[in-house]
Design a protein around this ligand. Structure first.
Ligand code: NAG
Ligand code: NAG
Ligand code: NAG
Ligand code: NAG
Ligand code: CA
Length: 444
C-alpha cells in the first residue's frame, strides 16, 4: 500500500513538475537503522518495483533541493558522494527512507518497535514518540483479557491498566508465533502484583499467573515486578501459548503488564533449554518469585532452573546473599503461628535438605571439591543461612561447574507447625532468596 502511494506520488510529480522531465524522476533511498543512517542503497530510478523486506519499513518523503540528507544524521562517505551529485548535475525530488523495525523507547519509556505511522496503525499498535530520525513512530502493541496477538513485543495488561483490577476472573492472552522459526517466549513482568499466597502453606490459592501450551512453568502469585520467564514453544507446530491471570475475590488491587518477546530458534539471546530464567553479564542478582526482603513469602510448588551465561574468560561463579537481602528457604524450627523459632543456619546435603532446597552443583566455600573441615562440596543447600558448610551465618558459595545454574525446589508445604509437633524440617515464614553472583576469571 505504501509502495502504491509512493509510485502514485512519483507519477504525480513527474507529470506535474518541471524538474521531472529534466531529471527523469530521480529518486534515491536512505537507509536508517534505529537512529543510525547507513549508506544509501543506491539509485533506483530505473527500477520501479522494489521489495520491502519483512522487518523493514519505508516512508516516502517529498524533498526540495534545499533539504540536505546530511541533516538526518551524521555524515559518511556516501553523504559526500551524494552531496556532490546534488551540487552537480542531479538533485533529488524525493527520498524513500528505509529503516529496520528495531526496538525504540516510547514517550512513556517503554520498549516499542519502530514502524512507519501507517504500519503501526495497520497492525493495531499505538504510536508514542518518534524513532528512525523522526521517520518512524515508536509503536507498542497492548492487549488485555480475551485477546490474541500475532505480534512480537506485545504487552499483556490487566483491564484498564494502568488502573488496577479488583475482582474475580480469568484473563487470558493467546500468543501466536510470529513465524515458524520461533522457539521461545520471553516474558518480562514489568508490573506483576497479585494476591499473596495463603499463609498456611504459601500456595497460590487465590490468584495465579499460569502459562499453558509451552514448557512447564510454575504458577506464581504475589509481587513479581522485574522478574522474567522463558517459555519453550517447541519448534514443531504452531499451537499458541496462553498466558492466564486468575484472580479470585475482591479487596485487592491487582495490576500487571507483561512484555511478551518472541525469540527465534537461532537467536543468540535465547535461553538454553530447561532454563526458566536466564541471566547474562559478569555480575547480577537472582531472586525467588514473590521475593521481598521484608514481607514477601517464598512460594510453594516451585521447580525450575535459573541459568547464568558463562561470560568469556570466566571459569567459576561466586554467590552470596544480596546486600540487605534475606535468605530463608527452610527453617527455623519450633515456629508457631505468631512467633519465629530459633534460626537453624545453613544446612547441606540431601538427607537434611529434603523439603525445600537449592541445587548448586559442587558448591563449596573455596571453589574446590574439598572445602573447609575437609568436607566435600555439596549440591544441595537449605536452611536460613546461605553457605556450603553447616554454619550459623551466611557466606560465599563458589562453584566452577558450568553451565552456571541454580535449581530451585520448593515443596507443597510451609506448615505452621503446632507446638505439639516436633518440627524436624522447619518450614515457617520462609522468605525465599536474593543472591548476588559474580563470575570469577579463569586462572591458569
Ligand atoms: C521546500 O523549500 C522551501 C524553501 O525553498 C521551504 O520553505 C519548505 O519547507 C521546503 N519543503 C520541504 C518539504 O522541505
Ligand atoms: C527496554 O529494552 C532494554 C534492552 O532490550 C532493557 O534493558 C530495558 O529494560 C527495556 N525497558 C523497557 C521499559 O521495556
Ligand atoms: C490453614 O490452616 C488452618 C488450621 O489447620 C485451617 O483451618 C485453614 O483452613 C487453613 N487454610 C488454608 C487456606 O489452607
Ligand atoms: C522480537 O523482537 C526482539 C526485539 O525486541 C528481537 O530481538 C527478536 O528477534 C524478535 N523476534 C522475532 C521472531 O522476530
Ligand atoms: Ca516448603
Amino acid at each position: 500500500m505504501l509502495q502504491g502511494h509512493f509510485i502514485l506520488l512519483f507519477f504525480v510529480l513527474i507529470n506535474s513538475c518541471v524538474y521531472c522531465q529534466l531529471y527523469q524522476g530521480y529518486a534515491e533511498e536512505e537507509s536508517i537503522h534505529g537512529n543510525q543512517r547507513s549508506s544509501p542503497k543506491g539509485y533506483f530510478g530505473k527500477s520501479w518495483r522494489r521489495q520491502v523486506l519483512d522487518g523493514d519499513s519505508e516512508v516516502p518523503i517529498v524533498t526540495n533541493n534545499t533539504v540536505s540528507p546530511t541533516s538526518l544524521t551524521g555524515t559518511s562517505s556516501a553523504d559526500l558522494e551524494h552531496a556532490g551529485k546534488r551540487d552537480g548535475k542531479f538533485f533529488s525530488l524525493f527520498t524513500v527512507v528505509k529503516f529496520a523495525n528495531d526496538d525504540c523507547a516510547t514517550a512513556a519509556n517503554e520498549n516499542g518497535t519502530c514502524y512507519s505511522a501507517a504500519e503501526c496503525s495497520a497492525r493495531g499498535g499505538v504510536s508514542s514518540g518518534a524513532c528512525a530520525g523522526g521517520f518512524g513512530v515508536c509503536c507498542t502493541f497492548s492487549y488485555t483479557c480475551g485477546q490474541t496477538t500475532y505480534q512480537n513485543s506485545s504487552y499483556f495488561s490487566n483491564l484498564n491498566y494502568p488502573s488496577s483490577y479488583d475482582g474475580t476472573g480469568s484473563c487470558q492472552l493467546t500468543v501466536n508465533k510470529v513465524s515458524s522459526n520461533v522457539c521461545q517466549l520471553r516474558l518480562d513482568f514489568f508490573v506483576m502484583v497479585l494476591v499473596q499466597p495463603e499463609t498456611n502453606d504459601s500456595n497460590c490459592n487465590r490468584d495465579q499467573f499460569i502459562v499453558t501450551g509451552g514448557s512447564r512453568v510454575p504458577a506464581i502469585c504475589g509481587t513479581n515486578n522485574g522478574q522474567h520467564m522463558y517459555v519453550e514453544t517447541g519448534l514443531l507446530g504452531n499451537s499458541p501459548i496462553t498466558l492466564t491471570v486468575v484472580t479470585s475475590g475482591t479487596g485487592f488491587a491487582r495490576q500487571w503488564r507483561i512484555k511478551v518477546t518472541q525469540m527465534n530458534c537461532d537467536s543468540i539471546g535465547r535461553a538454553p533449554n530447561g532454563c526458566l530464567q536466564y541471566y547474562t553479564g559478569v555480575s547480577g542478582t537472582i531472586r525467588s518469585f514473590n521475593y521481598d526482603g521484608t514481607s514477601g513469602r517464598q512460594l510453594s510448588n516451585q521447580d525450575y532452573s535459573i541459568c547464568i551465561r558463562t561470560e568469556s574468560n570466566f571459569c567459576s561463579i561466586a554467590y552470596s546473599v544480596c546486600t540487605g537481602g534475606v535468605y530463608s528457604i527452610t527453617g527455623p524450627t519450633g515456629g508457631s503461628a505468631t512467633a519465629q523459632g530459633t534460626p537453624i543456619g545453613a544446612l547441606v546435603g540431601s538427607t537434611t535438605c529434603n523439603t525445600d532446597w537449592l541445587t548448586i552443583p559442587c558448591a563449596s566455600d573455596n571453589g574446590r571439591a574439598i572445602q573447609r573441615g575437609n568436607t566435600v562440596c555439596q549440591d544441595r543447600l537449605c536452611g536460613d543461612a546461605f553457605a556450603s558448610v553447616v554454619q550459623a551465618t551466611s557466606g560465599t558459595v563458589i562453584t566452577s561447574v558450568r553451565p552456571f545454574q541454580v535449581t530451585v525446589h520448593f515443596d507443597a508445604f510451609e506448615a505452621i507447625v503446632p507446638t505439639s509437633v516436633t518440627n524436624v524440617q522447619g518450614q515457617f515464614n520462609n522468605r525465599g532468596f536474593c543472591l548476588s553472583y559474580i563470575q570469577q576469571p579463569c586462572t591458569s
